[in-house]
Every structure is written in structure tokens, then in C-alpha cells.
Design a protein around this ligand. Structure first.
Ligand code: IPD
Ligand code: CA
Ligand code: CA
Ligand code: CA
Length: 257
């Protein structure tokens, strides 16, 4: 992998994220167009679509032979992670974006032959950028330390509401075993909390674009990222994903039913 090219792309991606951020903040205060997709709880706005089209255009200009996976469908259709694969979640936490105008993120990542190489999560309202490059993780370009490898009972556990309500995979026992549960409504914002060591872990049913950028950073920080059965993620399928400190990851797998 050419380091100079990655450094150049890093600068460009950071500038594109700022343009997408500005678009989100400006549009949220004026004529936001909100539509539903699969259900009344599955929203999409003009900003999700505009941001994705913007990233797809920029990536195609700069990395023309790559494949792009975008949530809103402006990228390509494929099921192999061979070569350069860019993964985009143009607004993560669209429901929060529409209802709360807060707690949402923009996420971009690059995988090369299935290996995470670049990962970006921008907490839009706080303008806090978390990114991973060359095996290191930064918050606003300041190096982050690895979070402590803590036990489940010593940490707050991030979960998605449907899994907890339905007690899928014995989720309520996992919740009780932890020090407390947090549900933020944005995979990106939850993953930032895991990266910072505020949450001991996170479990949610996720699409590749929900986990791709966070996975790059989590793995660089010594956190474990697998499916809820303990298997490797393939990054093309939807999976129930378990991210946690090494110790808590083992403890959670023992509780999963
Ligand atoms: C959703 C959010 C939510 C998670 C869902 C995702 P979206 O992303 O990250 O927290 O529980 O699984 O689909 O659709 O708002 O980008
Ligand atoms: Ca969505
Ligand atoms: Ca998402
Ligand atoms: Ca999204």
C-alpha cells in the first residue's frame, strides 16, 4: 500500500467530511426532505442522498478503479472485498438527525483486499473527527491511547433497542451483567464511545456501512470485532456485531444463547 497516496487521500477525505458536515448542518435547519424506506422507522433525507452522491463523485475522481458500497445505493453492486472498496454511510443515525438534530455521524472507510486501511467517523454536531490510519487512531488528529481491557461488569454496554427489547441472543442477561446499558441510536456515535473507553462494548444488528469505519479503529486499539457467534465479519453481509474489550468479548460470548 502506497503510504504517500494514503496520506494524500487522508487529507482529501478530511476536507470532504467538512463539506458533507456543512451540508448536513445547513439543511437540517431548512426544508429537510424526509422519506421512509422499509418502514416508518427507517428514514432517509435529501442530505443522506446528497452526501453519498458527493462522496461517490469524489472517490470516483480520485480512485477510479475502486468499488464503492454506499447505503443509499449510489455506489456499486458487488459481493467480493477484492481490491479497493470504499464504504460510505452518508448520515448514520438518520432518525436522530431528523428528530434531535444531534447524535449523528458521517462515516467513510477504505478496505483493500478485505483489510481495513482507512476509517473515519465524524460526530457532526461536535465536529469531532475520529480516524484510523497506519494502525493508529486519532481524535481531531491527536493520537488516542488504547482503552483499558476491562471486564463486562465494570463497564457500560452499548446495545441497540430492538435486540434488548426482544432479548435476542440473551441480551437482557448481558445487559444485567454489565454496569449499565446505553442506547444512542447511531452506530457511529456508539462506536466512538467504545473507542474512547467510555463503553466496554457494543452489540447491534448492522450493515457493512454501519461498522466498516469503526472496525478499522477498534481493531487498531486492541478491541475485538466479530459477529455475535464469534466469527469474522465479511463486510458484505448484514450481521449482529459484537465489539468489546478482549476480556468482555470472551465474557459476552459465554452469555450469548
Ligand atoms: C442506523 C443507526 C442505528 C442502528 C441501525 C442503523 P442509519 O443507521 O446506526 O443506531 O441501530 O442498525 O441502521 O440507518 O441511521 O444510517
Ligand atoms: Ca438508514
Ligand atoms: Ca448507519
Ligand atoms: Ca445512514
Amino acid at each position: 500500500m502506497n503510504k504517500d497516496w494514503l496520506k494524500m487521500m487522508d487529507e482529501k477525505i478530511q476536507s470532504w467530511l467538512q463539506i458533507a458536515r456543512k451540508n448536513a448542518l445547513e439543511s437540517v435547519n431548512k426544508d429537510l426532505k424526509v422519506d421512509t424506506k422499509t418502514s416508518r422507522k427507517d428514514l432517509v433525507t435529501n442530505v443522506d442522498k446528497d452526501n453519498e452522491q458527493f462522496f461517490v463523485r469524489k472517490i470516483r475522481e480520485n480512485d477510479p478503479n475502486s468499488k464503492i458500497l454506499g447505503e443509499e445505493g449510489f455506489g456499486d453492486k458487488f459481493n467480493s472485498m477484492e481490491g479497493h472498496v470504499w464504504i460510505i454511510d452518508p448520515i448514520d443515525g438518520t432518525m436522530n438527525f431528523v428528530k434531535e438534530r444531534n447524535y449523528f455521524a458521517i462515516m467513510v472507510s477504505l478496505y483493500v483486499d478485505g483489510k481495513g486501511v482507512l476509517g473515519y467517523i465524524l460526530d457532526v454536531v461536535n465536529n469531532d473527527l475520529y480516524h484510523g490510519i497506519f494502525g493508529k487512531v486519532y481524535r481531531n488528529n491527536e493520537l488516542l491511547n488504547k482503552p483499558d481491557d476491562i471486564h463486562l461488569d465494570y463497564g457500560l454496554m452499548g446495545m441497540s433497542a430492538p435486540l434488548l427489547i426482544e432479548n435476542a441472543y440473551n441480551m437482557q442477561t448481558i445487559a444485567k451483567q454489565s454496569e449499565g446499558v446505553r442506547i444512542y441510536g447511531s452506530a457511529g456515535i456508539q462506536l466512538i464511545s467504545v473507542i474512547k473507553g467510555e463503553l466496554v462494548g457494543y452489540i447491534s444488528h448492522l450493515k457493512p456501512w454501519d461498522i466498516a469505519a469503526g472496525r478499522v479503529m477498534c481493531e487498531s486499539l486492541g478491541l475485538t470485532v466479530t459477529t455475535i457467534d464469534g466469527n469474522k465479519l465479511d463486510m458484505v453481509s448484514s450481521e449482529t456485531v459484537l465489539v468489546a474489550t478482549k476480556i468482555a468479548h470472551k465474557e459476552i460470548l459465554d452469555l450469548v444463547k
